[in-house]
Design a protein around this ligand. Structure first.
Ligand code: G3I
Length: 354
């Protein structure tokens, strides 16, 4: 009987966290969460669309439940997130006629939102993802052309951090993004962070989401990204780690009779399990090497029983198969350290044996 959990193996390094939803707060999943992890991030329940669905209505139920669960089990909490381009209800950007509001009104609403949410969990949430994914993926563009940007220009970035800091001066404030190791995107994120630092905006660190593949990004690119961001004096948190086993999605070619042969899902074979264990071993070696700057590592979901990667694609072979109107093949991502029966996978042992 193994009595130690991930958090115990890593007690001299960093808290090990997991994204949770309501289903993770009870039964066997909750037992696993409290045994293995010492940090949680609400997967969805603090996003504006959930916690603040209408201008004059907050919905605290799920967020409170997660915070209460964590506090009662002495688990740290990362808040996620205060500003994103998606999952924002229309009321935030529009007036009663449907027209976009002015910058002044939008910032007023943003301030009200951030102050209210941060203040409610003051002293309980130790770190916030203040701004999520504001950089464009297109190498030729800098900031994402979101409604935040269209209405406010760049100013919404600094403001969001200032409002959060005012509401809870002790909370650590993070900028969070994906593909942050990609050199072109990395340099844009670096520029954004540097601008904020130079302007004395209260920002403590950067979250690398870590939605990674078996061989991408390379260990060298991960190290280069950490070095680059840390050179600004920022802390690094790995905020949404998972390693999908799915290869690139390819559209199956229709045959001459117009029928389509779908790729077969080979499932989670022993070969794949080994590759994934090797990948996780290499990743955690990097994290341990950087323990001076990495202040937490959080997995995005608990086990392969439920991952956002499967939920999003309906477990299918990408959008291609669906759009061809053919029977669909199940290709799960198997991205986490625990299997569908909540048992530790080979990848788990590769992370804790060092
Ligand atoms: O709760 C509603 C339900 O009432 C409704 O019937 C159903 C129909 O679509 O939707 C449900 O909401 C879904 C929600 O997850 C809860 O399951 C949303 O459609 C769905 O879009 C949402 O997906 C989440 C996604 O962010 C978008 O907010 C994923 O669970 C969540 O894992 C994912 O997390 C993001 C991070 O916040 C930021 N970084 C990337 C990461 C992965 O996309």
């Amino acid at each position: 009987q193994e009595t130690k959990g991930l958090k115990d193996y890593y007690q001299n390094y960093f808290p090990v966290g997991v994204a949770v939803n309501m289903a993770a707060l009870s039964g066997k999943t909750a037992e696993l969460v409290t045994k293995e992890f010492n940090s949680v991030t609400p997967e969805n329940d603090m996003k504006i669309s959930v916690i603040h669905p209408r201008e004059n209505q907050y919905n605290w139920k799920n967020a409170d439940a997660i915070v209460d669960f964590a506090v009662s089990h002495h688990i740290k909490i990362r808040g996620h997130n205060l500003l994103w381009h998606t999952q924002v209800p229309n009321w935030m950007f529009r007036d009663s006629t449907g027209a976009l509001v002015s910058k002044e009104i939008l910032l007023k609403r943003l301030k009200e939102h951030i102050s209210t949410v941060v203040n409610r969990y003051k002293g309980k949430i130790y770190a916030w993802d203040v701004v999520n994914e504001a950089i464009d993926d297109n190498p030729d563009k800098y900031l994402r052309n979101s409604l935040w940007y269209q209405i406010c220009g760049e100013d919404f970035l600094a403001k969001a951090f200032e409002y959060a800091h005012e509401a809870d001066p002790k909370a650590a404030l993070y900028y969070n993004d994906y593909n942050s190791e990609n050199p072109s995107k990395r340099e844009k994120i670096y520029k954004l962070l540097k601008n904020l630092k130079d302007a004395k905006v209260p920002i403590d660190g950067v979250g690398l989401q870590g939605h990674w593949k078996l061989n991408d990004p390379s260990p060298d690119l991960i190290r280069a990204a950490i070095d680059r961001y840390a050179s600004l004096g920022l802390k690094i948190q790995i905020t949404e780690l998972d390693v999908t086993i799915r290869g690139p999605r390819t559209r199956p070619k229709p045959q001459s009779d117009n029928s389509v042969t779908l790729p077969v899902d080979s499932g989670y074979t022993e070969g794949i399990a080994n590759l994934q264990a090797d990948r996780y071993r290499a990743i955690f070696q990097i994290f341990r090497d950087y323990k001076q700057v990495i202040t937490s590592v959080t997995f995005w979901n608990v086990s392969d029983r439920y991952s956002w990667l499967d939920a999003r694609n309906g477990g299918l072979a990408g959008g291609a198969a669906a759009s061809l109107n053919t029977p669909m093949v199940v290709r799960k991502a198997y991205p986490l350290l625990f299997d569908e029966n909540l048992q530790r996978k080979k990848a788990y042992w590769s992370v804790v044996k060092f």
